[in-house]
Ligand binder design. Sequence first.
Ligand code: DSN
Length: 446
Amino acid sequence: MTNYPFLSSTDPQMLKLIEEENQRQRDGLELIPSENHTSKAVLQALATPLSDKYAEGYPGRRYYAGNAVVDKIETLVQERAKKLFGVPYVNVQPYSGSPANLAVYMATCEPGDSFMGLDLLSGGHLTHGWKMSATSKLWTSHPYFLTDDGAFDFEVIRQLALECKPKLIWCGGTAIPRAIPFAEFAKIADEVGAYLAADISHIVGLIAAGEHESPAAHVHIITTTTHKTLRGPRGALIMVTEKGLAKDEKLGQKIDKAIIPGLQGGPHLNTIAGIGVALLEAAQPEFKTYAKQVVQNAKALGQALVEHGFKLVTGGTDNHLLLIDLTSTGPGRGKFLQLALERVGLYANMNTIPGDSGPPLYPSGLRLGSPAATTRGMGAAEMIKIAEWIARASQAIKNDHLPEDKTERSEVFKKFAERLAGDQNFETLRQEVQELCGRFPVPAIG
Ligand code: DSN
């Protein structure tokens, strides 16, 4: 009996693949810290005819006809976001985090202007100025770095800002296990007259629930995706704070113009409705309990990993995310361990660590997070079990090493995956993972 009767009759081939993916999600565990599981209510909003409507423009000023209802929807979502994050202005239309961040450049910088962001390999994001990103081709990127032990060195960051006189400074990132000191960034941005933008995509749910300090009092602009710790659909928000409007009263309008006509066409209204549902859910007391548990679980997982002998960047975590430093076991260990865990249904991702000595495609770190497991109802006892599984998988591959000769690498990883596929110990581990996951259903699919 399928949950998708219409797909079943119209496109059984697609249905089969969707059900395969549902089964993969049920049987395994998403430990990638940027992933989560939405509620059934969020998924229901996504699967509505709102997807069929064009609505270029903003509530009350659309290019196409027939937008009286979607005006009400977009306004409702804006109001929910403003209330939850304590900001006077929000744009709910960015298709995802990258266009949201691009819009911030367009609203605050002229082409070629200098800006600063955390280097990708230190835990920043592509759109914070990575050399391959449009952001560093259209504007002038001056990256700052974490110290080798994962800390911000504010004296070095300040010196860089004094030298390059950025128009815009980004704070936030994708692999920062500790709290982000927004006030320290604000001192520097204010001293050099730069806009300060916080990309809170990873920690947004923790901020909404009061488990991480809000940047609203310190920064001018906040961007966030909506599908990570916020547990909404894939989308994004751009918010302007009171401080942002005090710096430039037209900043909100500039952001609006940067989104459309600057970067995007019609907004994805079904996604916007889904974001609205997620914002409502995030304002409930149950979400505060959830976010608290996310942090407790990440700490419990970190502690258990340390007890198994793993080294963590910064020694632990303040949030939902952990970064294992595998340097001592040789280069490329992040990739070996990611593949080994994938074999047993534990999905984590290889990641560079601050000061990584390995080649960027074969990083020395593994990034893990607790948001999705916590959504399934898991607690400290399950985190301890997960750490044990990671230790067993890691121990079983301790003799696999990255060849120095680059041409041999893809063959080595191919053989590695083939060997694991036929390995009975890994099969036993996979069954243990599946058995545990069976007791913690994925909310929207059971
Ligand atoms: N891909 C996201 C992450 O995994 O952190 C960042 O965009």
